[in-house]
Write a new protein. Structure first.
Length: 297
């Protein structure tokens, strides 16, 4: 048997081996609504076209972290290092005892039979990535063809973009007529004012399009001031949570791909939640009601 091996990038930071136990106890039924798995590469090879080679981060390690942090369920998002081969993600769903749902990456030639199998396993969305350092975005019609294939299943689209991409693709995004989930608030520049024109554009995108949801996750990716408080991110995330309490989700982003300076402590990330969802009612919506309604209803 030929076992594939992959050498991770020389500057790759592995996920935290010993995260702290959060002091914030998440409510019963809480969902980590944004996380990934990597390989293991010997079982689920990384894509030839990938722009990074990570460490392994298996489903059993993900489930162990879920239990340690106090969550009940996971939403696993296809990692770009696996391209459109969703085998590792589907393996998580098969072994999750209905405690995981998935967001996949597919190509326009995906068949209805393949989509039906994914749906049965727990896939509920597709992800389109516009962050050019991670992928090479495709033409609009490429994505429209995929959307028309998933529409009968009631799936949604997850968009990963940055502020310049929102301006560029505004007309396309607002034309999709399908539920949309934005990763990490569109990665706002937190050195700019929370009430400035750039973040106002993101808020307007949500205000004018009631089909748009946002993950208020990944302060570690957005911050300049740093852990543990991520104080510069808090006003942005809090603004989204308070204006759109029924359209927000949160996740750890484990195992935190492409972190170059510091690997976040997942326990600290959980303890960040009460700073952006300041009441038990908002925490319940963010962590329990919204993700369960989207992925398990």
């Amino acid at each position: 048997m030929n076992i594939l091996t992959f050498a991770k990038d020389a500057d790759w930071l592995d996920w935290h081996p010993n995260p702290s136990k959060p002091t914030f106890r998440v409510p019963a039924g809480a969902v980590d609504a944004h996380c990934h798995v990597f390989g293991p590469g010997s079982l689920f090879p990384f894509a030839p076209e990938r722009k990074y080679t990570p460490c392994d981060a298996s489903r059993n390690q993900l489930f162990a972290l879920r239990d340690f942090l106090g969550f009940e369920k996971n939403v696993v998002v296809q990692a770009t290092c696996h391209g459109s081969d969703n085998s590792a993600l589907l393996d998580v769903l098969e072994h999750s005892n209905d405690k995981a749902r998935g967001v996949v990456t597919v190509k326009p030639h995906v068949t209805p039979t393949e989509l039906a199998r994914m749906h049965e396993l727990g896939v509920r969305g597709v992800r389109f990535n516009y962050v050019k350092r991670l992928v090479d975005p495709k033409p609009d019609e490429y994505y429209r063809e995929i959307i028309e294939k998933i529409r009968p299943l009631g799936w949604h689209v997850v968009l990963y973009f940055e502020p310049a991409d929102l301006r560029e693709k505004w007309d396309f995004f607002t034309s999709l007529n399908i539920p949309i989930v934005i990763d990490h608030m569109g990665r706002p520049d937190v050195t700019k004012p929370v009430d400035g024109p750039e973040f106002a554009e993101f808020l307007r995108f949500m205000q004018e399009n009631p089909n748009v949801y946002s993950k208020v996750s990944c302060p570690d990716r957005i911050t300049v001031s740093g852990a543990p408080a991520y104080a510069d991110v808090v006003p942005f995330a809090r603004a989204v949570v308070e204006e759109f309490p029924d359209r927000v989700l949160w996740g750890t982003d484990w195992p935190h791909p492409n972190m170059k300076q510091e690997m976040p402590d997942d326990g600290i990330l959980v303890d960040y939640v009460p700073s952006i969802a300041m009441s038990p009612a908002l925490q319940e919506k963010l962590l329990v009601a919204n993700p369960n309604n989207m992925y398990w209803s």
